[in-house]
Every structure is written in C-alpha cells, then in structure tokens.
Design a protein around this ligand. Structure first.
Ligand code: G
Ligand code: G
Ligand code: MN
Ligand code: NA
Length: 254
C-alpha cells in the first residue's frame, strides 16, 4: 500500500502537522491547556484525517514513530515558550493503545522532558478508557510510574469503555475527559443529564479533575459550569488550530 511506503517519507518531509485545541477553565474562561492532534498533509492525497490513518498505523506498528514524533514536536514547542519567557500552557498528547504497552514508554517520555529541559507536569498524557480495560494491571503500573515521574495522566473518552466504579477508584489518574456523547445530550432526556451530573460529582469525590469534550453550544457550556465541571474543550470555544494561531489565541484570551 502506498500509505505504508509513505510514512517514513512523510516523517522526513514534515507532512504531519500538529494542531492544538484549547481547553478552557469554565470558572473564568481562560485557556488552561490544549490537546495536540495530528494532521497529515499528504502531497498526493491531500489532507488525511487521523481517524483514517491512526487505526491503520496501530495495526502496522507505524503508530510508535508517529506518536514519538508528535510528543517531540510538542516538547520542542513547550521549550520554545520557556525560552521566550512566554506563559507555559500544559499540552496533552495522545498515547495510542499500542504504545501504552511499549516497555520503553516511560524512558522515551522522560528522555524528551530532559532533552527539552521541561518539567513533566507540562506534558499531560491521554490514555483512552478502553485501553485500561484491556490489560488493567499492566496499564496501572505504567501509569503509576509516569505519575511518579511527574506527568499528569488523563483518561480519554471516558464513557466509551466499561470501567467499573471500583476500577476508577483504583486508577492512579489525575483527570477524567468525558466523551462527547455525554455532553451532546443537553436537549436529551432528563436521565442523561442526571448521569452527566452524577459522573462529574463522582469524579470530584475521587479527587479527579473533569474535562468535558465536544462542547458545541453556549447552552452546553452553561450546563457544564452549573454542574461544576472544571474544564471544557470543543467547537463552541475553538477548533483545533495550527501553532501560530494557537499562540495568537492565547494572547487574546489569557
Ligand atoms: O482530531 P480528531 O481530530 O479528528 O482526531 C481523531 C482521533 O485521532 C482521536 O481519537 C484522537 O485521539 C486521535 N489522535 C489525534 N492525534 C493523535 C496522535 O498524535 N496520536 C494518537 N495516538 N492518536 C491521535
Ligand atoms: O478521541 P479524542 O478525544 O482524542 O479526539 C477528539 C476528537 O474530537 C478530535 O477528532 C477532535 O477534532 C474532535 N472534536 C473536538 N471538539 C469537537 C466538538 O466540539 N465537536 C465534535 N463533533 N468533535 C470535536
Ligand atoms: Mn484525546
Ligand atoms: Na476524547
């Protein structure tokens, strides 16, 4: 397949671009962080969405090179802000369900932090909920190790998997990112709103911070704020954007 041959070239030719989607503090609407999301500008096929190539890369093993490339680009960006005396906004990176089992993972991440002279707390690590349920014991020990090293751990797409409440109480994570389907229920049945509100309260009891994803309307943002949700991300606030635009965005909002 063409797509397979082109990954090495793609990395060499910088065809992957990192977009940043801001995350807002709902209490004052300032930018509290951002998620790094990769885009592939293919010279022939044009723009390819991550939903089209990530699953393929997870099957053929290219995901590791890509994820490391994304983490390093983000660390270089953070180092640039540090060097220029700009405010440090923590950036969340995605770790594929494949890479989470890589025995080199913690070594790679600490290597990057050292290389770019960063505090680990500026790099937030997103691990999707479904990955935790595949092999909880191994993930828990990796997450514990990352946590000890100072990284902030976020559980992504919460609500798409089947974490038991018991498991949630034992996971050494810092942040729960609620899957969009919870949020996009503002006009839905009262029961769904009650579930959202309950999950936010539960997270608080467990001392976890909560990020709502896929916030598209003011009404949703208001609802989340009234439920005491900490942070929100979504098209209502801002879409993922290139780094220059993100830097301007920070200047305007913080
Ligand atoms: O950005 P959306 O922009 O279309 O992203 C689609 C999916 O791709 C999401 O599930 C997101 O988590 C995943 N994704 C985006 N960037 C990365 C990345 O750098 N690494 C991994 N592993 N997944 C990513
Ligand atoms: O799986 P993960 O949470 O990492 O990926 C987030 C995905 O959601 C990305 O594809 C991103 O572009 C997309 N996204 C971000 N904000 C919104 C939103 O408000 N609405 C919708 N429909 N998608 C969003
Ligand atoms: Mn994510
Ligand atoms: Na998500």
């Amino acid at each position: 397949q063409v797509i397979l041959d082109s990954i090495k070239t793609a990395l060499l030719e910088n065809q992957f671009e990192i977009y940043y989607q801001p995350k807002y503090d709902l209490s004052n609407e300032t930018i509290a962080g951002a998620e790094a999301l990769v885009r592939w500008n293919h010279p022939v096929k044009g723009f390819i969405s991550p939903t089209d190539f990530i699953p393929l890369f997870e099957r053929n093993g290219f995901i590791t090179d890509l994820d490391i490339y994304v983490w390093e680009t983000v660390c270089r960006q953070l180092h640039h802000w540090l060097d220029n005396g700009q405010p440090m906004i923590p950036i969340s990176v995605n770790v594929s369900r494949v890479d989470i089992y890589n025995p080199e993972l913690t070594r790679i991440l600490t290597g990057l932090i050292k290389k770019y002279n960063l505090k680990a707390e500026y790099l937030h690590i997103e691990i999707t909920e479904t990955a935790y349920t595949e092999n909880p014991d191994q993930i828990i020990s990796t997450v514990l190790e990352l946590r000890k090293l100072g990284f902030i751990i976020e559980m992504d797409d919460f609500g798409t998997g089947y974490s038991s409440l018991n498991m949630l109480s034992e996971l050494p994570i810092h942040v729960l990112k609620l899957d969009m389907r919870f949020i996009q229920s503002e006009n839905a049945k009262r029961n769904r709103k009650n579930i959202l509100s309950f999950i936010i309260s539960l997270a608080k009891w467990l001392d976890l911070q909560v990020v709502a994803e896929g916030v598209e309307t003011e009404k949703q943002a208001q609802m989340l704020k009234s439920m005491d949700c900490n942070y929100a991300q979504g098209y209502y606030f801002a879409k993922p954007m290139p780094h220059e635009e993100f830097e301007n965005h920070i200047k305007q909002h913080n």
